[in-house]
Design a protein around this ligand. Structure first.
Ligand SMILES: Nc1ncnc2c1ncn2[C@@H]1O[C@H](COP(=O)(O)OP(=O)(O)O)[C@@H](O)[C@H]1O
Ligand SMILES: [Mg+2]
Length: 377
């Protein structure tokens, strides 16, 4: 089932102070049928609020939600055909796994035989069909989360909504469970929205990711495209480990300078910029264009992390990654050439990537003109 969010907005008003929080601000997204979409952003950026509005647990302040062609904005949660999974599993402790999974079928007209069948199918799908008689406290965290997923799937939902479902699992289980979720999503073909603050998780699991900041959508695309082609400094910084290195730079006469060293040519006009360089964008070379002072080397099997310093770096140190067979001096100055496709230029004021500034929508222009016209009268 395709999900469409149109200008979806949620404003919370603090009754005492009358202050407003725009938790979700004019969100416009189309989630294609059968895809897994990752909602990604730092804590407090409006991910859960978006998910709760899709589920119907929270009513939007403005905007619409469509499932397929149907406007479900005013529809009660239980009529939307959704499966919800939370971070904390939320299983009923006094019920067995089987009773937990079957619980959503209680008020539906489903025969006992069909309930048994559906329960077993869901349990098989998440590979816990051997645990049906256990109570939740007899299961590991990963197993409990599988029960929660089975319970969400037993109604054959149109839409599966997952809110940070892996956050309470340890690192290995998180990796394994995320592969499982991807597999289950593929097998069932259920349109899925997966909320996470973990960029690596979102990148690895999603067909598309939606990057959010302070309630506002920043970019939507396939994960690799968002990584390779970020629209602004926030997105560039949010994706990638180790994160992108940021330098204060400037453009003069179509050359980009970092710390007064010309590092590359550019088509853009003179201005102050941030220069972002991905860790894999550095090439050690005697004739390198950027000089940095080595601070520390981390040799890690496959590659070497060179930790170095440059006065123009935004952070105290720069982290670059090169192959383990590259000769790197143990101390002193290291010179780098930069791979052009790993270097990004951002406007120092707006933090938009150069060439990626949003076009002003025609209606916004006419609105301003209209206001001015009224003022003149
Ligand atoms: N019920 C609420 N009342 C007031 N403010 C809320 C409420 N729920 C969320 N918020 C605020 O809305 C913003 C977005 O919250 P949330 O959607 O939970 O973020 P996320 O899930 O991305 O961490 C935050 O500033 C949060 O404090
Ligand atoms: Mg949340």
């Amino acid at each position: 089932m395709k999900i469409v969010l149109k200008n979806l907005t949620k404003v919370f008003v603090n009754k005492k102070t009358k202050s407003e929080v725009r938790a979700v601000d004019n969100l416009d997204i189309e989630i294609p049928d059968g895809k897994l979409v990752g909602l990604l952003g730092p804590s407090g950026c409006g991910k859960s609020t978006t998910l709760f509005m899709i589920s119907g647990l929270q009513a939007p302040t403005a905007g619409q939600i469509y499932f397929g062609d149907l406007d479900v904005t005013q529809l009660a949660p239980e009529k939307r055909g959704i499966g919800l999974v939370f971070q904390n599993y939320a299983l009923y402790p006094h019920m067995t796994v089987e009773q937990n999974i079957k619980f959503p079928l209680t008020n539906m007209r489903v025969s006992k035989k069909e309930a048994d069948e559906r329960c077993l199918n869901a349990a098989r799908l998440v590979q816990i069909d051997n645990l049906l008689d256990r109570k939740p406290n007899e299961l590991s965290g990963g197993q409990q989360q599988r029960v929660a997923i089975a319970r969400a799937l037993v109604k054959n939902p149109n839409v599966l909504l997952l809110d940070e479902p892996l956050s309470n699992l340890d690192a290995r289980l998180r990796l394994q469970t995320r592969e499982e979720i991807k597999r289950i999503q593929r097998e069932t073909g259920v349109t899925t929205v997966f909320v996470t603050h973990d960029q690596e998780e979102a990148m690895s699991i999603s067909d598309f990711i939606v990057v959010m900041k302070e309630g506002v959508m920043q970019q939507v695309d396939v994960p690799q495209k968002v990584y390779d082609d970020p629209v602004n400094l926030f997105v560039a910084k949010f994706l990638g480990t180790p994160p992108i290195n940021v330098f204060l730079g400037e453009i003069r006469d179509h050359k980009v300078y970092i710390n007064n060293e010309p590092i590359m040519d550019t088509e853009f006009e003179d201005q102050e910029v941030y220069v972002g360089v991905r860790p894999e964008g550095f090439v050690v070379s005697d004739k390198g264009v950027l000089s940095c002072e080595i601070y520390q080397l981390e040799v890690m099997g496959r590659d070497i992390s060179i930790i170095s310093k440059n006065p123009a770096s935004e952070k105290p140190t720069i982290r670059s990654i090169v192959d383990a067979d590259v000769k790197v001096p143990a101390s002193g100055i290291v010179k780098f050439n930069l791979k052009p496709n790993k270097v990004y230029l951002f406007n120092r004021q707006t933090e938009y990537r150069l060439g990626k500034e949003p076009l002003v929508k025609p209606e916004e222009v006419s609105e301003t003109e209209a206001t001015e016209a009224t003022l003149e009268n």
